[in-house]
Structures are given as structure tokens and as C-alpha cells.
Design a binder for this molecule. Structure first.
Ligand SMILES: Cc1cc2nc3c(=O)[nH]c(=O)nc-3n(C[C@H](O)[C@H](O)[C@H](O)COP(=O)(O)O)c2cc1C
Length: 763
């Protein structure tokens, strides 16, 4: 057979039009018989089970009677009262399938079809429902709901709105035949309803619900009694609710995740705020205007309830745009949604249910073998306080009285300046003590405890930065300081003992005013070229710190490579369960109130995130979801948090040292602080991007790291080393950009928590 013959035949075959309304032929009335004849001669496929339906009707009308088969047969014929069966009831023609079906007429048909509803639904209740009008917007869950409502016959008229056509990827959840692909979803659903019960009145809105057709949808042919809202677009969700509220129509929405059902009884509570008041703070008028996806996020989040999504949904959302194209929806959830919504719909319309709210029929938690995805993590007990007393006493005794005892006033000034230094996670891992006229700088080993900083590399850099602040203040005030820096082990809490020397001529330090003005700015802006003179100034600022070098990276390809390394390591940090817990439970301050109350940690507002990133962060804060993402070896989307900022940076500055002994770390911190302040002074915003260095440094020291994370960090370290040939190794990496002022600055602990004066040491 020639393929062209087939091709021609394929092109010329009958096509499926948009018809969705059945044709009723009542042969007793004109032109019933003629029309029937035409259809039969056109070869309509006939199904005539009228006699069987009459038998069922007889049984329904006489439930108290026990019939023999013969009696039933005779009673069915008697019911016709002599009418020829062909003329009884109604013939229904379905043009889209060329089928002709003979059924009882509406009253008898409905009686038999709903007989098995009794008395979960009584005949009286069924009659009430038959007078109800329901609108369904969005036909993924909506199709399941509409068909369940039709099965229960809990409406008389249904209005269906959806602008989409049926596609193959819908057939995981929309009950339909493959021959229906390509037809509008409204037509598909209308046909399904008509094939089940041709007497139900269906009106379709193939453009979906729009501002233009909203009035018609809600009121033409009579006001809706209930709205079932299952659409994806946030503007229509809000507009539909505004309209429903104005018309006092209850709104029901199923989320097809965790069996979540939402009900808003605008019929009973006309003043009720939309979406339970969760979107009250937003500009609802703006929702009707065109919005970007980013602008839609704050409206969408409260509606879907990000925190209450299922673990699988959260994990899949993290993978959206990476390994999955859109959010998942299962047939079981859609079928459940149809069931829950139909049940609630019926009870609302029969005045058996009056509440507004959100409910969960979460099958996974209701039907479970108690197996938890992630074992319950015991929250760490509240941290104990670091106590420097013993060390201060011992050291003071060893040193004897100070030659130039430091005043309390100066010590306080130094402590205040030191505390303004930056620290990873804003942990502020320092303590200051004035005792016997000497100033002690301590590493607060309790505050600095961190899974990803097992040997305190980050804390030591912060302490080095705080020491630099102390030096700058003293020089500006004309005070010679003698600083005895600890050369001890990495776990030694005493970092420096500082004595005031004789007064010297004050030497105004250009960087000193920048102690208080320096800050982290994580805003992402477009790059501008980083000028050579600025590079020179940065070099100069660092040059007087012995043992430290500086690399400035401006090449765009290099920045891209660094962005990849940084984002890969940050991804590991978020996927590693301990790192995850530490970051989300201990470091992040989710609200302004929490940031103010604690005075430490990372205030969410300082992260300068877009609404989309904030939403992603909230989802990523669920440890069970992240465990799944990690199991799937996914999480590339997590790299978006940091990648863009580095790709768009004007420069990345890296302080290098020869080694990572305590002295190198403190010097590196000092150099980093000078670099940072000088960059700020020159108008550059600074954002440390420490993950690739610190995580790859920490990885070999962590025993419980998953192997795939360990090898990822080893690869990062290897690639990073490629940037720094020679004996110098990178210690502290900062992104520089022209981002202006940050939206919010980080806070600090009150001084009295950090600084103590020991009036007399105990011997
Ligand atoms: C050693 C060190 C590492 C840091 N690493 C990061 C980092 O990887 N990402 C980041 O956003 N901020 C990082 N920071 C910045 C701190 O979070 C910031 O200094 C702290 O929150 C205080 O805020 P401030 O710098 O505005 O005073 C780091 C700071 C230090 C000292």
C-alpha cells in the first residue's frame, strides 16, 4: 500500500467538531420520527435499552415489592400504557460520536439514575440540588469535580470555564479518551457530562474565565449558587473571589495536594476578607492588572500555603524548571479532590455545612504505617555560656599589673568597635574582658560552634577583623597598643591580650570611620567595569598586613567559573542535613522581630532576595523536602541563590595566605576587613562568598558527610586551586558590585553581653 494513499485518506476523514450538546428527539412530537429516520439511515450507532430502564423504574417506584423476573417484565410493559416503546421516552443523539441512545425522559431518568443515592441524598434533597447552578473554573481538578457532581446529580446547571485544550500530558489525571486530545477541555467535560446525563444543563466558556465574560459566567441565566475555583492564574483567582464576594456566592477550592480543601462562605459572611485575610496586605486592585510571574508570587504564596504543601510537592517545586517542567498533579489527588469538593458542595447547597476554612484529608498521614521520612531531630539544648573567667585570672596572675592600665572608657570603645566586625552567619564569636588594666579578646567557642566550621576557620577570620578594628581605633585616638596575639592551637579561646602603651600622636586613619559604615550588601545589580585605580587602592589597603596577598578577579569567564563553584558548594550546604538544620533553625532570622530579639544571625531582610527566591527559600527550609531532592540528586535550582550575583559582579576580591594556622587566619581576617572597608570607602558594595573555600576546607574534617557531597566539595576545591597557582591559598572571598546601600543592615548583640569588666581578679 502506498503511503500517499493513506496520507490522503487521513486528511480527508471526518473531523471532530466542537459540538458538546446532545440532540433530543421525542418521536411522539414533530419531526421526531423523521429525524430519527434520517439519523438511522445515516448509520447512527444505536443503543436501545429502554426496556431495561423501565424494569429499573418499576423497581425504584416499588422498593417494597419483591418481583419475579416475569412480573417485572410485565410491569415494565404495563408502564408504557399501550404506547409503542419506540415512541416512549426520548432518543438522544450525540453528534460527536454519531450515537443514538434511547432513554427514559427526564423525570423518570433522574429518578432511576439517582435511586441509589437514597437516602444519603433524599429525593427532596435531590430536587433541591436539581435547581442549583454551579460554576467551575479550571478543568484539571475541575473535570474530576464536575463529573463527580454530575454523577451525584447535585446541580441542575453547570458553567465550565477553561481556555486550554486536552493534551497527552493531561491524561495522567483527566479522565478522557486519547481520541479527545486537541479538543477544548470544556468541550471534553461537557461531553462527558452529556453522555452520563444529557438532561443536565451545561454552558461552556472556552476562553476561560475572563474579566470580559465574568458577568455572564456568574449571572447569565441566573446567579450561581456556588463557585468551584480550580484555575492556575492568580489574577483570575482573585477577580473571581471579588465577584463571588460581591454576589454573596460561596467559593470552594481543592488544591490536589494533601487533600487540601478551602472554603469561603461569602454567602453567609458577606464581610469576610478574601482568602481568609491572608492576602489583605496586598494591593488586590493590582491583581487585575497584568503582572509578571515575579509580581504574582506574593499573591500566590498565601493562596497555596507554601508551608503546608506536601513534602513531595515542595521537593518537586525546587526541581521545577530543572528536572521537572511544572508542578505535579496525580490522578489519585485529583480524584480525591473531586470527591471532597463534591461532598462539600452538596452539603453547602443543602445548608448542612456552614463553615469557612481550610481542611486537609492528607492520605499519607491518615493512612500511614508510622514510617517517618526523616527521623525526628532532637532540637539542640540551649547553648551554654562561654565563661572566660579562669583564663583571665590565670593570665592576669602570670602577667602581673599592667604598666599603662587601660581605662574602662577606652576598653569599652575598643569592644564596641571590635563588635562591629563582620562574622559568618553574624554569629559574633567574640568576648571582650577588661581585667587588671588589660583588654582580653576571646574567641567565644560556644557562639562559634558550627557544623561547617569545625576548626573555626570562619570565626578566626572574624576575630582577625575585630582585631583590625581595635588597631584602627587606637591609632586614631593616639594610643599605642601592644597586642600579644595567641600563637596557640586552633581551639585556644584566648586570641589576644592587649595593653595600652604610652600616648602617641594620633594618626587619623582613613578607614576608621568605615568601621561603623562597613556592611554586607547582597543586592544583585548589573556589573560595571572595575577601574584599575580602585584595584591599586585595594592592594594598598591590604599591603601592610604581613603574610597576606590579594587577587582581584574581573574577567567575566573567570567570574562565571567562580559563580559555578560557589553555587555548587552552597547547594551542598543546603542539602546536607546538618548544614540545613543549622542554617534554617539557627542562622536565619525569619522576621524583623526575631532579628531584633536575638541581635544576631542572618536577618532574612538582609539577604536582598526577590519574592521568588524567598518563596524558594521557604520551600527549601523543609528538611524532608530537601532530603528527597538530595535523594533524587537534584537541587540545581538552589544554585540560583548565589550564581547570578557572582556572574554579574564587577570583581571578586580574594585574600590569600600561605597557610591556615591561627596566625594566618587572624592576619587574613585583618586584611579582609581592610579590603572590605576600603572597597566600601571607594563606593563598592561587598558580599562575602565564602562557601567554596570554607566548605571544601571543612569537608575532610566532617565524618558524617554523604559521599556524593564529599566528592562534590573535593571537586570544587580542586577547581578552586586552579585559580590560585603557587604557594598562596585563598582564605576569604568577596564579591564587589555597585549596589549602593543595602535595604537593611545587620544587628549586633548588646555590648553588655559581649564586654565584661573584672574589677578584681580572684586569686
Ligand atoms: C568569615 C566570613 C564569612 C562570611 N561568609 C558569608 C557568605 O558566605 N555569604 C554571605 O552572604 N555572607 C557572608 N558573610 C557575611 C556575614 O554574614 C556578615 O558579615 C554578618 O551577617 C554581619 O553583617 P555585616 O557584614 O553587614 O555587618 C561572611 C562574613 C565573614 C566574616
Amino acid at each position: 500500500m502506498n503511503l500517499d494513499v493513506i496520507r490522503t485518506a487521513l486528511g480527508g476523514g471526518p473531523t471532530d467538531g466542537p459540538a458538546y450538546r446532545p440532540e433530543f428527539i421525542r418521536p411522539g412530537a414533530d419531526p421526531g420520527l423523521d429525524r430519527l429516520n434520517v439519523l438511522l439511515t445515516q448509520g447512527a450507532v444505536v443503543r436501545d435499552t429502554l426496556h431495561g430502564q423501565l424494569v429499573e423504574l418499576v423497581k425504584s417506584l416499588h422498593p417494597e415489592k419483591v418481583f419475579t423476573r416475569v412480573e417485572l417484565h410485565e410491569a415494565a410493559i404495563a408502564h408504557l400504557e399501550g404506547t409503542d416503546p419506540i415512541l416512549y421516552g426520548v432518543w438522544v443523539y450525540f453528534p460527536w460520536s454519531h450515537r443514538l441512545v434511547h432513554i427514559l425522559d427526564e423525570v423518570e431518568f433522574a429518578l432511576v439514575r439517582t435511586d441509589r443515592n437514597r437516602n444519603k441524598i433524599t429525593r427532596e434533597e435531590q430536587a433541591i440540588l436539581a435547581g442549583k447552578k454551579v460554576g467551575v473554573v479550571g478543568l484539571s481538578v475541575g473535570q474530576s469535580v464536575s463529573l463527580t457532581l454530575a454523577l451525584e446529580r447535585s446541580f441542575g446547571e453547570i458553567r465550565l470555564a477553561d481556555f486550554d485544550t486536552l493534551e497527552l500530558s493531561n491524561l495522567n489525571r483527566i479522565r478522557s479518551g486519547i481520541h479527545e486530545m486537541g479538543i477544548p477541555k470544556v468541550v471534553n467535560t461537557a461531553r462527558e457530562i452529556a453522555e452520563l446525563d444529557p438532561f443536565l444543563q451545561v454552558t461552556i466558556f472556552p476562553d476561560g474565565l475572563t474579566k470580559e465574560n465574568m458577568d455572564r459566567f456568574f449571572t447569565e441565566g441566573g446567579k450561581l449558587d456556588l463557585l468551584i475555583e480550580e484555575c492556575d492564574s492568580v489574577d483570575i483567582k482573585i477577580l473571581a473571589r471579588q465577584k463571588a464576594k460581591a454576589l454573596r456566592i460561596p467559593v470552594v477550592m481543592d488544591m490536589s495536594d494533601r487533600g487540601c480543601l478551602d472554603v469561603e462562605r461569602f454567602d453567609l459572611e458577606p464581610e469576610r476578607p478574601l482568602m481568609h485575610g491572608w492576602i489583605d496586605h496586598l494591593d488586590l486592585e493590582a491583581a487585575g492588572r497584568p503582572m509578571t510571574n515575579e509580581q504574582k508570587i506574593p499573591y500566590m504564596l498565601p493562596i497555596v500555603g507554601t508551608d503546608t504543601l506536601s513534602t513531595r510537592m515542595k521537593a518537586s517545586m525546587i526541581e521545577m524548571g530543572e528536572t521537572v517542567s511544572t508542578w505535579p498533579q496525580l490522578a489519585s489527588a485529583v480524584a480525591l479532590g473531586g470527591a471532597i469538593t463534591a461532598d462539600v458542595h452538596r452539603r453547602i447547597l443543602l445548608s448542612q455545612f456552614t463553615a469557612s476554612g481550610r481542611w486537609y484529608i492528607d492520605l499519607e498521614s491518615l493512612i500511614s504505617s508510622n514510617r517517618k521520612l526523616v527521623p525526628e531531630q532532637a532540637r539542640p539544648t540551649p547553648v551554654e555560656e562561654f565563661d572566660p573567667t579562669t583564663i583571665v585570672n590565670g593570665k592576669s596572675r602570670e602577667l602581673g599589673p599592667a604598666v599603662h592600665p587601660m581605662s574602662r572608657e577606652l576598653a569599652e570603645e575598643l569592644a564596641r568597635a571590635a563588635a562591629l566586625a563582620p562574622s559568618a552567619g553574624n554569629a559574633q564569636p567574640w568576648r571582650f574582658v577588661l581585667a587588671e588594666g588589660r583588654f582580653f579578646l576571646f574567641h567565644d567557642t560556644v557562639r562559634s560552634r558550627s557544623h561547617w566550621d569545625p576548626d573555626h576557620l570562619m570565626s578566626h577570620i572574624a576575630l582577625g577583623a575585630s582585631l583590625e578594628n581595635i588597631r584602627l581605633v587606637a591609632r586614631s585616638r593616639g594610643i599605642a597598643l601592644s597586642i600579644e596575639q595567641s600563637a596557640g592551637s586552633l581551639t585556644d579561646p584566648l586570641i589576644a591580650v592587649i595593653e595600652a602603651g604610652p600616648a602617641i600622636a594620633p594618626s587619623p586613619e582613613a578607614l576608621e570611620p568605615w568601621i561603623a559604615r562597613r556592611c554586607t550588601n547582597r543586592k544583585v545589580v548589573d556589573r560595571v567595569p572595575f577601574p584599575e585605580p580602585d584595584i591599586e587602592m585595594l592592594r594598598k589597603a591590604v599591603s601592610n598586613v604581613p603574610g597576606c596577598g590579594l587577587r582581584i578577579i574581573t574577567d567575566q569567564e573567570d567570574l562565571k567559573r567562580l559563580a559555578e563553584l560557589c553555587s555548587r558548594s552552597e547547594k551542598v550546604r543546603l542539602l546536607d542535613p546538618t548544614g540545613h538544620r543549622e542554617f534554617f533553625e539557627h542562622e536565619v532570622r525569619w522576621t524583623e522581630e526575631e532579628a531584633k530579639r536575638t541581635g544576631d544571625g542572618l536577618d532574612l531582610a538582609t539577604m536582598e532576595m526577590t519574592e521568588g527566591q524567598l518563596a524558594a527559600l521557604r520551600i527549601a527550609s523543609d528538611p524532608a523536602a530537601m532530603r528527597l531532592v538530595d535523594d533524587w540528586r537534584g537541587g540545581r535550582a538552589l544554585q540560583r541563590f548565589s550564581r547570578k550575583g557572582i556572574v554579574h559582579a564587577s570583581a571578586v576580591a580574594v585574600v590569600t595566605t600561605k597557610g591556615r594556622a591561627l596566625g594566618d587566619r587572624l592576619q587574613g581576617g585583618s586584611a579582609g576587613q581592610r579590603l572590605w572597608m576600603e572597597a566600601n570607602r571607594l563606593g563598592w558594595s561587598v558580599h562575602p562568598i565564602s562557601a567554596p573555600i570554607f566548605l571544601s576546607h571543612a569537608a575532610p574534617l566532617l565524618s558524617d558527610l554523604a559521599e556524593h557531597h564529599r566528592s562534590e566539595l573535593a571537586a570544587v576545591e580542586h577547581e578552586l586551586a586552579g585559580f590560585f597557582p603557587g604557594p598562596e591559598s585563598p582564605l576569604f572571598m568577596l564579591r564587589l558590585s555597585p549596589a549602593g546601600e543595602p535595604s537593611v543592615r545587620s544587628l549586633r548583640l548588646p555590648l553588655h553581653r559581649l564586654f565584661s569588666v573584672y574589677e578584681s581578679i580572684t586569686v
